[in-house]
Design a protein around this ligand. Structure first.
Ligand code: FMN
Length: 215
């Protein structure tokens, strides 16, 4: 999907060479189409190529555009390059062995393999420790959610598939050690981005009436 260049109506008088303006209606239609066609793509359905370095920069800049009460940027992202994936695989394996000492070699190998799937893999870390101003953790998590959605939608607009993953290893001490998480930092989820090789039907979304009331 190709989004029209986002120059709203009031930008119509832009200087020569500026991107052509699009109407508010076109922009709205494109935004709606982008939002409603996004779907979570599991890492096992993601193949190379992933985003280029320039596209990765755009994805991170999209995250930075998230609402952020108090300008704390209460989150950060850690890129996990291919040559470090084995370290993450080891964390997944150790976390499994700790919660299930009877895990079979096949299960342990499958846990390790999960670290090697998506071409681009990032850990989203929530920063919930002491800060000034002391914005509540709930609000900081909302900011992280918005940053994640900005990334997911941007990746989708670039033509990539993207999905979030978490799981029981997120609370493992090995995870904290690998990512050098400090007090107040919490691994929230992984962001997986790549080229979609197989797509599942989209989940049904709730109707607005299911989650909206009027006071
Ligand atoms: C914080 C977070 C963690 C997630 N972790 C997983 C996961 O471990 N495995 C998974 O299949 N989906 C995971 N998801 C994705 C959801 O399952 C997915 O968004 C949901 O099924 C709705 O599908 P949709 O995004 O295509 O609308 C996660 C989503 C969020 C917000």
């Amino acid at each position: 999907m190709k989004l029209p260049i986002a120059a709203p109506m009031h930008n119509a008088a832009a200087a020569d060479g500026a991107p052509p303006a699009v109407s508010a209606e076109e922009l709205c239609d494109a935004a709606q189409a982008l939002i409603h066609s996004r779907q979570n793509i599991s890492p096992k359905r993601l193949a190379a190529p992933g985003p280029s370095p320039a596209q990765l920069e755009q994805l991170l800049a999209a995250a930075a555009a998230a609402p952020d009460h108090g300008q704390l940027h209460p989150w950060r992202f850690v890129i996990i390059p291919q040559h470090k994936r084995a370290l993450l695989g080891e964390v997944f394996a150790q976390a499994l062995i700790e919660r299930d000492p009877d895990a079979t070699p096949e299960q342990i190998a499958a846990a390790r393999e999960k670290a090697h799937r998506a071409p681009l893999l990032l850990l989203a870390v929530a920063r919930l420790g002491p800060a000034e101003p002391d914005i509540p953790a709930l609000e900081r998590m909302v900011s992280l959610g918005c940053a994640l959605q900005n990334m997911l939608l941007s990746a989708h607009a670039m033509g990539f598939g993207a999905g979030l993953t978490s799981g029981q290893a997120m609370t493992s001490a090995h995870m904290r050690t690998l990512f050098a998480l400090t007090i107040g930092e919490h691994p929230a989820c992984f962001v997986n981005i790549g080229t979609v090789n197989r797509r599942k039907p989209q989940h049904a979304r709730p109707a607005p009436s299911e989650f909206t009331s009027t006071l």
